[in-house]
Design a binder for this molecule. Structure first.
Ligand code: 13P
Length: 249
């Protein structure tokens, strides 16, 4: 069975609630597609208005982060059941910005991945290397370590349903996209790693996105690669250009 492509926007720390509703009104007619799953991952405060604004459309709403506890004294954090009740379907976990600026560890991410599945949320788990790691030639080793740590103890049946986003850190927000060959090579290595830890069937089902300066000009070639099942899009998801990425063919 062919994997369905999935194109997700990551708004990061952009868009007030009013701007979010405006942007969704602009994007709605542009991202209509039966071939691609369309997701917008939005700041926590935009989730409720975004759910309302996308009702009856093909757009699913995702969160950009989530805590691994059910509730309690974690000032400023969002619990999984809050996301579920609001209507959220996806959650980005382990974005490199969260790993770098908020010191998220693989151990915490492993708890978050498990908790997301417990609540029926689909994780978009991010991994990626720094420029220094790429130049040292340890990209694949590093990514395999991230995947193995973050998925430790997660059953195959869950992994088959999740999304993994490969985002080379040096390509994020820099306008510097990985070459198609580089992106495909690492996405394939991720799939091979899943086959190794689990089995071929799980590897065939897990969807792997590329992220890092995806735009209307490079999406077609990237998404045509055998192991790239769509994209995680930052800057270009804040513009009508996102519609062109969804309709990349
Ligand atoms: P850009 O598309 O702005 O490079 O961001 C990529 C990203 O970090 C998506 O999560």
């Amino acid at each position: 069975m062919a994997r369905k492509k999935i194109v997700a926007g990551n708004w990061k720390m952009n868009m007030t609630p009013a701007k979010a509703v405006e942007l969704i009104a602009t994007l709605r007619p542009l991202v209509d597609s039966n071939d691609v799953d369309v997701v917008l991952c939005v700041p926590a405060i935009d989730i409720v208005p975004a759910i309302t604004a996308t009702r009856g459309t093909n757009i699913a709403i995702g969160a950009e982060n989530m805590h691994y506890e059910e509730s309690g004294a974690y000032t400023g954090e969002i619990a999984p059941n809050m996301l579920v009740e609001a209507g959220v379907k996806y959650v980005i976990l382990g974005h490199s910005e969260r790993r770098e600026y908020f010191h998220e560890t693989d151990e915490e991410l492993n708890k978050k991945v498990k908790k997301a599945f417990e609540h029926g949320l689909t994780p978009i788990l991010c991994c990626g290397e720094t420029l220094e790691q790429r130049e040292m030639g340890i990209t694949i080793d590093w990514i395999r370590m991230q995947i193995k740590s973050d998925l430790a103890g997660v059953p195959a049946s869950d992994v088959a349903k999740m999304v993994i986003a490969y985002e080379p850190i040096w390509a994020i927000g820099t306008g510097k996209t990985a070459t198609t060959g580089q992106a495909q090579q690492v996405c394939k290595a991720i799939r091979d790693c899943i086959a190794e830890i689990y089995d071929e069937e799980t590897a065939e089902n897990v969807r792997i996105q590329y992220g890092g300066s995806v735009n209307a000009g490079n999406a077609k070639e990237l998404f045509a690669q055998p192991d790239i099942d769509g994209g995680l899009v930052g800057g270009a998801s804040l513009k009508p250009e996102f519609g062109k990425i969804v309709n990349y063919k």
